[in-house]
Design a protein around this ligand. Structure first.
Ligand code: SAM
Ligand code: SF4
Length: 451
């Protein structure tokens, strides 16, 4: 089958597998808060010393709405909201600390949003100190944050660098004026260059850009121009996301017409155009949506077979406990997942009452854990060892994988299963063959398209 035909065949909704089961399939009816907290305690005691823990903090505020955005945000120009929210996050951290028998060793800390740089440098310092003063920093700790190029000041960069942040990721999305105007995100190239130069000057080790393909009015030519300009700034990492169009959840996306969006065929060609330019410029394809320069830790982890994946996407650290703090944040205790209330006021109210803000979750079965391991190995290493493969193999999976082998997407060997170079574009589709939840309840396939 020709590559074009395969692209058409496999352009079906499949998840990005930052968790397994993916959130729509969580068994929320059976979720029990005490069982969740016990699982956090248990995994902490087992792995704090060997691996340390990861923390994700969600800071949901932005000053203006980019209409394409599908993140959990609150639009406001009132910066008085910062103080109360920060108090709640530090308070929530104290709730988790009360479960632990010793100080946590912090291996990974990521601040995402919304726009973390909505907060003043002083408030970010308060927040990070509030977390770190009740923990030990792992010698190989990795601290990162998301910044908007329009409002990330030198003071932000300096403050966070001083606190140990060495990685920063900037939202770019697209550099074309018409696209930017349509999504209400005017962001000149000069702003991006300035924050990038400043970050490098200050010593940030890894600078990452987010780009999105499939936005309104994007064309092959416009994406080519965007990517070519991006490449001149040599970001260490690039996330190249497929635009998720969910206007029933995000009414801002009704700010443009469906007809303004590229067709499925054009959208696919936007990805292929970007991907080719990245590869031709020396970037390595990390797996789902990610590219990195060979010197970057993500590319090195892929080479060494140590790449990991969690709710934050690909990562180089391998912890078993991720604690998500803040409204809508998700935590992962290896034995289960839990999500906090999404509405800021509800979240703050619960925390200030001394209650947990978790409102839903999932407990992992043995089967879930096994399949999660298979999916992660394929997503991170592009391979699956036969010992694991045999544990999940059944007749229908064998038939489906055999079709993919005939199509040149995977290859079976004595060693196991390997995704071929040509098959890398279909890695999400390979993962989805293992997804038992999706097979059991196929109508919940409400995801953005695979490619
Ligand atoms: C929290 S935002 C990034 C930080 C910061 N708020 C900014 O905009 O620069 C996280 C990323 O999610 C991606 N994203 C947001 N909405 C999306 C959508 N509808 N489809 C695909 N990716 C999206 C964008 O690439 C965005 O940079
Ligand atoms: S893209 Fe970033 S700045 Fe824009 S609304 Fe979304 S989170 Fe806020």
């Amino acid at each position: 089958m020709q590559f074009e035909e395969l692209l058409r065949k496999y352009d079906v909704p499949v998840p990005r597998y930052t968790s397994y089961p993916t959130m729509p399939f969580w068994n929320v009816e059976e979720f029990n808060l005490n069982r969740w907290l016990d699982s956090v305690k248990k995994i902490f005691e087992e792995t704090n010393h060997s691996k340390g823990i990861s923390i994700y903090i969600h800071l949901p505020f932005c000053e203006s709405l980019c209409t394409y955005c599908a993140c959990n945000t609150r639009i406001t120009k009132n910066h008085k909201v910062e103080e109360k929210y920060l108090q709640a996050v530090v308070q929530e951290w104290k709730q988790y600390l009360s479960l632990f028998n010793e100080l946590p060793i912090i291996r990974e800390l990521h601040i995402g949003g919304g726009t973390p740089t909505f907060f003043s440098p002083e408030n970010l310092e308060k927040l990070v100190n509030g977390i770190l003063k009740q923990g030990k920093i792992h010698p190989q700790a990795e601290f990162s944050f998301e910044g908007h190029p329009n409002n990330t000041s030198r003071a932000h960069l300096q403050q966070l660098f001083k606190l140990g942040f060495k990685r920063v990721s900037f939202g770019v999305q697209d550099l074309d004026y018409k696209v930017q105007k349509t999504i209400n995100r005017i962001q000149p190239f000069e702003n991006l260059k300035e924050v990038t130069d400043q970050s490098r000057e200050l010593g940030y080790e890894s600078i990452s850009y987010d780009l999105v393909y499939g936005l309104p009015f994007q064309t092959k030519e416009s994406i080519e121009n965007t990517v070519k300009q991006i490449i001149t700034l040599k970001p260490d990492r690039i996330s190249f996301y497929s635009y998720a169009h969910v206007p029933w959840l995000k009414p801002g996306q009704r700010g443009y017409e469906d007809a303004d969006l590229p067709s499925d065929v054009v959208k696919r060609s936007l990805y292929e155009t970007g991907r080719k330019l990245f590869l031709d410029s020396g970037y390595v394809d990390i797996g789902m949506d990610h590219f990195a320069l060979p010197h970057d830790a993500l590319a090195a982890a892929q080479r060494n077979g140590t790449l990991q994946r969690n709710f934050m996407g690909y990562t180089t650290t391998s912890t078993n406990l991720l604690i998500g703090l803040g409204a809508s944040s998700i935590s992962d205790s290896h034995h289960g997942y839990a999500q906090n209330l999404k509405k800021i006021e509800d979240y703050e109210e619960k925390i200030f009452k001394g209650e947990w803000a978790v409102f839903k979750g999932h407990h992992q079965s043995e089967e879930d854990l096994l399949i999660k391991q298979c999916i992660l190995e394929i997503a991170c290493q592009g391979e699956l060892q036969s010992a694991l493969l045999q544990k999940v193999m059944n007749k229908s999976l064998f038939e489906e994988l055999s079709v993919m082998q005939e199509e040149g997407i995977i290859k079976f060997s004595q060693w196991g299963l390997k995704v071929t170079d040509a098959g890398r574009a279909f890695i999400r589709n390979v993962c989805s063959l293992f997804d038992q939840w999706m097979k059991r309840v196929p109508e919940k396939r409400l995801f953005s398209k695979a490619i």
